[in-house]
Design a binder for this molecule. Structure first.
Ligand SMILES: Nc1ncnc2c1ncn2[C@@H]1O[C@H](COP(=O)(O)OP(=O)(O)OP(=O)(O)O)[C@@H](O)[C@H]1O
Length: 299
């Protein structure tokens, strides 16, 4: 198969009343790519996904999935979907529910295989209503992969899972991407985007504000982060230092994003009671914060 475009959004816009939920998004995803859609609450991730799936009509712009409409791609079993809510019948047993979804598709994989791949082979006879949040997410995952889709779209798939469940979930996902499936997932977890995506698309206020590999996004934010315990820190003064781009606090701990960390360190040591100082280069979280701060300044 030649390299193909799985998803193409061009100039896609959606308004809800006065709220511009998605503001002219262009996004093209090639087959085989694993793409993380990252961004704070209300950035427009879910709305973008809903338009990509044909659940919401854009006010402007075009959406194509495998060259056709989203509805056609889904009807042909090319797209597996895992949304944040819905799709669950509480009184049904896990096996029954997944079987029901299998019945909607032309060439589903066997139910037992979908359950095994989702790591819930032992839950087939359990009722949905007794399951934990993480187990329910796995049932949703089984429903997403049963059509044997080329593209899997997941909206915050690991919400409600503990660390171990998240790790297991991504191991299951990895098995699917190793089969060459294309994946788009929305997440708030930067470390998930960093660890599992080939490409990170960062949204904010309905727009794509960064698009590249996690490494490229990190590299776009030069400079260092200083983390220090600063009793009685004067945040306004720290924020106004030349070379300081952003200041955040976590209790007594101050995080300073710096273009010039040497000058900032001299200031901290000479003028404050800073101790336990660490200096690190930007990680993805710093990059996202810095890009966010930049956008706020521009807005
Ligand atoms: N059905 C709707 N009716 C009205 N406003 C909506 C609707 N859906 C989304 N919005 C608004 O559009 C904006 C984008 O929301 P969206 O859910 O797409 O963001 P998100 O990035 O997925 O956020 P989260 O991470 O919180 O899920 C928000 O301001 C939201 O309140």
């Amino acid at each position: 198969m030649t390299t193909q475009t799985a998803v193409s959004l061009k100039g896609v816009t959606k308004k809800y009343g006065a709220v511009l939920a998605v503001a002219g998004v262009d996004l093209s995803i090639r087959t085989g790519e694993v793409v993380a859609l990252l961004g704070p609450n209300g950035a427009g991730k879910s709305t973008t996904i809903e338009m990509l799936l044909g659940l919401v009509r854009p006010d402007q712009g075009s959406v194509q999935v495998y060259g056709g409409t989203p509805v056609d791609a889904i009807a042909q079993g090319q797209v597996g979907v895992m949304l944040q809510s819905g799709g669950i019948i509480e009184d049904a047993k896990v096996g029954e529910l997944v079987n029901l979804v299998a019945g909607l598709h032309n060439d589903p994989m066997p139910v037992a295989e979908a359950l095994d791949r989702a790591g819930i082979g032992d839950l087939a006879d359990r009722k949905m209503k007794g399951l934990s949040g993480g187990q329910k997410q796995r049932v949703r995952f089984a429903m997403a992969i049963i059509p044997q889709p080329d593209l899997i779209v997941l909206d915050e798939p690991t919400t409600g899972m503990d660390v171990e469940a998240r790790r297991d979930f991504w191991a299951s996902m990895h098995a699917e991407t190793a089969r060459g499936r294309t994946v788009l997932f929305a997440t708030h977890y930067l470390e998930e985007a960093d660890a599992y995506a080939d490409r990170v698309v960062l949204m904010r206020n309905g727009k794509v504000v960064a698009d590249g590999t996690a490494a490229q996004i990190k590299a776009s934010v030069s400079g260092r982060t200083i983390r220090a315990t600063v009793p009685g820190a004067d945040l306004a003064t720290l924020a106004s230092l030349p070379g300081v781009r952003n200041v955040e606090t976590r209790g007594d701990v101050v995080l300073l994003q710096c273009a010039d960390s040497d000058d900032t360190l001299r200031y901290l040591l000479g003028n404050t009671r800073a101790h336990d100082i660490e200096v690190t280069s930007a990680d993805l979280e710093d990059a996202v914060l810095a890009i966010g701060a930049e956008q706020e300044t521009l807005a």
